[in-house]
Design a protein around this ligand. Structure first.
Ligand code: PAF
Length: 282
């Protein structure tokens, strides 16, 4: 496995390599969720590139950029074991050299939900993802459904800017008790960790009401809220039932594909989860 540090080295590697390349962008501190993306890419492409870059521009002031968990040695060993051909490991000065002033803004879909809670976050994500794509020139790029809004922002950017890359969404990987895997789960205290599966429990309950025919968006949001409120450690920040593509809130009845998502705050840690709902075709 090769480790490439600069955009120029990355691009030279890509251009020397024939065949299809799958790409898994990460901020490191890898878990089974990342490795599921890597395994899928390895299965579907001639070669897989993963990147590890904790991107400063997607963290707001007072967020956890400095203390974001990092373990490069372990990450490299896991990626090598999983069959990755090259790891792109740039430093911030290569991605954002002095004088840098060009950013990508995906307008509408970035503004809602996480965009409201974390102003500038998706501008940082879209900008770095485009820069990583420019280095790796992948045929396919793999993103987890766990970050539902990020997936939609990147998909919109790829369509709007005619990027020659297929964005491949991959299912959420969960702990046996339902908690969605996230590098930030390490921040939870044992008590918060014990309470955290309430997110997936609430979503599953709402999904089961949806399967039984409930289509009223406010009833489905309220189902989630009432279950989250059965425990006292986590405070719901938002519960959203939104159009699957634009993430505009559904008012009234759910008539097309939708995403039910929530954020629950446990102390300083915000946990996200979501589930997709699709009414059967008439
Ligand atoms: O999902 C992440 O880990 C990051 O947001 C990404 C896509 C690697 C961009 O920094």
């Amino acid at each position: 496995m090769e480790v490439l540090a600069t955009p120029a080295a990355m691009r030279a590697w890509r251009r020397a390599r024939g065949g299809t390349v799958g790409f898994v962008p990460t901020m490191g501190y890898l878990h089974e969720g990342h490795l599921a993306l890597v395994r899928r890419s390895v299965a579907e492409n001639d070669a897989t590139v993963a990147s590890i870059f904790v991107n400063p521009t997607q963290f707001g002031p007072g967020e956890d950029f400095e203390r974001y968990p990092r373990d490069e040695v372990r990450d490299l060993a896991l990626l090598e074991d999983a069959g990755v051909a090259a790891v792109y490991l740039p430093v911030a000065a290569d991605i954002y050299p002095p004088g840098f002033q060009t950013y990508v803004t995906v307008e509408d879909v970035s503004r809602r939900l996480e965009g409201e809670a974390r102003p500038g976050h998706f501008r940082g994500v879209a900008t770095v993802v485009l820069k990583l794509f420019n280095g790796v020139e992948p045929d396919r790029a793999y993103f987890g459904r766990k970050d539902a809004q990020q997936l939609r922002v990147v998909r919109r950017m790829a369509r709007d800017l005619d990027l020659p890359v297929e964005i491949v969404p991959c299912d959420i990987v969960r702990e046996p008790d339902g908690l969605a895997l996230s590098s930030r789960n390490v921040y939870l205290t044992p008590e918060q960790r014990a309470a955290a599966p309430v997110l997936s429990r609430a979503l599953l309950q709402a999904r089961s009401r949806f399967a039984d025919g409930e289509r009223d968006a406010s009833v489905l949001r309220e189902t989630v809220r009432s279950i989250v409120l059965t425990q006292s450690r986590g405070t719901p920040e938002y519960i959203s039932l939104a159009d699957d593509e634009t993430l505009a809130e559904v008012s009234g009845k759910v008539e097309g594909p939708a995403v039910l998502s929530l954020v629950v705050r446990f102390g300083q840690t915000r946990l996200l989860d979501n589930i997709e709902l699709s009414p059967p075709n008439p």
